[in-house]
Ligand binder design. Structure first.
Ligand code: SF4
Ligand code: SF4
Length: 328
């Protein structure tokens, strides 16, 4: 178990530094609590699984995504993928600068990679390819930055779900933040994330992560391994060469150059979410209408609203979703 080490640094000083480096939001989670409450007990990913030495506190850094990219309606617009990828790079640099600043002040810091797929553990059709070593969304809730929404996206009061997160762990003895207790999500009565989802992956306080993966990481590990397998299985060598010179190869090549479409992808659910101080003035007019809405989706939302009790999926995640008042 990670132990705290004494430091002259304070939470306030660390937050001030992170903001001066470009973070829009900063929270500090208690790594011990994250060890105690893994988001998925069957696939436990907590600070102690990464390090037994420097995970007593998890500093959560957030940068808002560009408003203009949220106003682009297509889920797969390349400007979104590219913009988000640049943001991830900026956040990584920010986190690295923070690590060295912490260490110059006597407090070791460890960055958690934004994206990691372990091919030894990945089981096609069962595992989600975009599972991170530590859930940044759950860490953000533990650090008081927000709560999880209907589809488990992180929602913050300032920018709704329109943030990208970075994590730095440390065992510096600094005061952690308290998490919010009441849900920020407006629930199925809102349901805008469900209406907009191109994969129809949004469920009742849950998400079909495998269906979502095909959109949030369209050229990710699964796409690459499926494609290479199909090339290997092709018996005709001329066809194989044709495949390697085809569209899929080109998409993989372009995606791998920057990570666009691999570590970034669909975020329609975030673009249309009405929570956030940024929504009314900067987004509503442009994202109010949802072309992906269908009568079937509306029917599913009506059924959710009519349910007398919250589903098991909510019970499993209620620590991070927060308290909800049923209107029935
Ligand atoms: S990221 Fe895209 S596919 Fe996944 S839940 Fe959100 S809208 Fe649906
Ligand atoms: S769009 Fe509505 S239902 Fe979905 S997460 Fe945001 S507030 Fe919740």
């Amino acid at each position: 178990m990670n132990e705290l080490i004494s430091t002259t640094l304070t939470s306030e000083a660390i937050k001030e530094k992170a903001k001066s480096l470009g973070a829009d939001l900063v929270g500090i989670a208690d790594g011990g609590l994250m060890d105690q409450f893994p988001p998925d007990p069957e696939n436990s990913r907590t600070p102690s699984h990464i390090t037994e030495i420097d995970g007593a506190r998890v500093i959560v850094l957030a940068k808002r995504i560009s408003f203009a990219t949220s106003r682009l309606p297509a889920w797969n617009d390349q400007h979104k993928f590219y913009g988000d990828e640049l943001l991830i790079s900026a956040l990584e640099e920010l986190a690295l600068d923070l690590v060295f600043w912490l260490e110059d002040n006597g407090a070791p810091g460890l960055m958690v990679p934004y994206h990691h797929v372990d091919p030894q553990k990945f089981i096609k059709g069962e595992d989600t390819q975009a599972t991170h070593p530590l859930s940044a969304e759950h860490a953000a809730v533990e650090s008081g930055l927000g709560t999880l929404g209907l589809n488990h996206q992180l929602i913050t009061p300032e920018f709704g779900p329109r943030v990208i997160l970075g994590l730095v762990m440390t065992s510096a003895d600094i005061e952690p933040d308290a998490k919010m207790e009441t849900s920020l999500c407006r629930g199925p009565e809102c349901g805008r994330c469900l209406k907009a989802c191109p994969a129809d992956a949004v469920q009742h306080w849950d998400r079909d992560w495998l269906a979502c993966d095909k959109f949030r990481s369209p050229f990710g590990f699964e796409f690459l391994s499926d494609y290479l397998t199909s090339v290997l299985k092709e018996p005709n060598q001329a066809n194989q060469i044709g495949m390697l010179r085809g569209m899929e190869s080109s998409e993989i090549f372009q995606a791998m150059l920057r990570g666009s479409g691999i570590i970034t992808g669909c975020r329609r659910c975030a673009d249309v979410c009405p929570v956030g101080d940024d929504y009314e003035d900067l987004l509503k007019k442009w994202v109010d209408e949802i072309p992906e809405e269908t009568p079937e989706k509306l029917k599913r939302l009506e059924a959710m609203v009519a349910e007398a009790a919250l589903p098991e999926a909510y019970e499993k995640q209620k620590r991070w979703i927060g308290k909800i008042e049923l209107k029935n």
